[in-house]
Ligand binder design. Structure first.
Ligand SMILES: Nc1ncnc2c1ncn2[C@@H]1O[C@H](COP(=O)(O)OP(=O)(O)OP(=O)(O)O)[C@@H](O)[C@H]1O
Ligand SMILES: [Mg+2]
Length: 261
């Protein structure tokens, strides 16, 4: 019997465009570099960008997985996976955005659960809406990484998100301040941010990680943390991302390991 040992991590935010997708890819690169087998699940169902960013042909998506599961045609998880590199696989978001509404959230839960049996790390990229799908994902995953930028609207939304989490007694999250997305935005000091959020900022990705030609990487399907010398060029931020990655690996899971039956 196989043990379920994978760590699922949802990358979430209070606002769109804060750098979730780029961060997800970079974190996947970090995990690959330490020999972990990673699945990126693109659960931004109607506008997912992971498959564009990995630039690989793909056939099956989460829609096919759910549809087959629903119709008793599901056999292997692997049938729905696109291979990106040695240690990084991707489960793509639907090819047609209209398929998004046909995906029942209960199957999303099943898909995450299955992925945790086959991978060391399951990274879930999604959009920032607090819709049914995302609520199911946030409830199902073991870890959540909230990403925010130094932006008033972002801060306001993050504050609301945190109060919802406090109401639900959920504290399986960490907060990342992403200064690489818009390096010129520095309105609030770190002190202000913590004060407004009434929470600690766990990690900061600095403005030094702002990549001017990032679109080239995206169009070429390249992950920045997997580039030659990324560890030395982006030394400080690479170290932060490595710390995020290893801190999560070191966390005790709330639930006991389950056995696949
Ligand atoms: N480190 C960076 N340096 C330069 N540009 C960046 C960086 N990170 C993200 N960006 C750019 O910022 C934009 C938003 O990033 P991204 O798509 O990762 O955000 P997102 O939170 O996933 O957005 P959405 O909510 O739409 O899914 C993109 O154009 C991306 O290329
Ligand atoms: Mg995105």
């Amino acid at each position: 019997m196989k043990k379920k040992t994978g760590k699922s991590i949802c990358i979430f935010s209070g606002k769109g465009g804060v750098g979730k997708t780029i961060f997800t890819l970079n974190l996947a690169g970090i995990y690959q570099s330490i020999g972990k087998k990673v699945l990126i699940m693109d659960l931004d169902l109607s506008s997912g960008g992971i498959s564009l960013a990995i630039n690989k042909p793909f056939d099956k998506t989460i829609y096919n997985l759910v549809d087959d599961y629903n119709n008793n045609r599901f056999h292997n998880f692997n049938d729905y996976i696109t291979k990106y590199s040695e240690n990084i696989d991707v489960l793509a978001s639907p090819k047609d955005p209209r398929q998004a509404s046909k995906i029942d959230s209960k199957y999303i839960e099943i898909a995450i659960d299955k992925a945790e049996y086959f991978y060391d790390v399951v990274l879930i990229d999604t959009n920032h809406n607090l819709n049914e799908t995302n609520l199911v994902i946030l409830d199902e995953v073991k870890n959540i990484l909230f990403i925010m930028t130094n932006d008033p609207l972002d801060l306001k939304n993050m504050k609301s998100l945190l109060s919802i989490f406090r109401d639900l007694n959920k504290n399986n999250y960490n907060i990342i301040l992403n200064n690489s997305r818009e390096p010129m935005k520095k309105y609030f000091s770190l002190f202000d941010i913590k004060n407004i959020l009434k929470a600690n900022v766990d990690y900061i990705i600095s403005e030094e990680f702002y990549i001017k030609n990032i679109d080239n990487y995206v169009m070429n399907g390249e992950i920045i943390t997997l580039q030659n010398k990324a560890a030395s060029i982006f030394n400080k931020d690479y170290t932060v991302m490595m710390k995020i990655a290893t801190d999560i690996l070191g966390k005790e899971d709330d639930e006991h390991e389950e056995e696949l039956s």
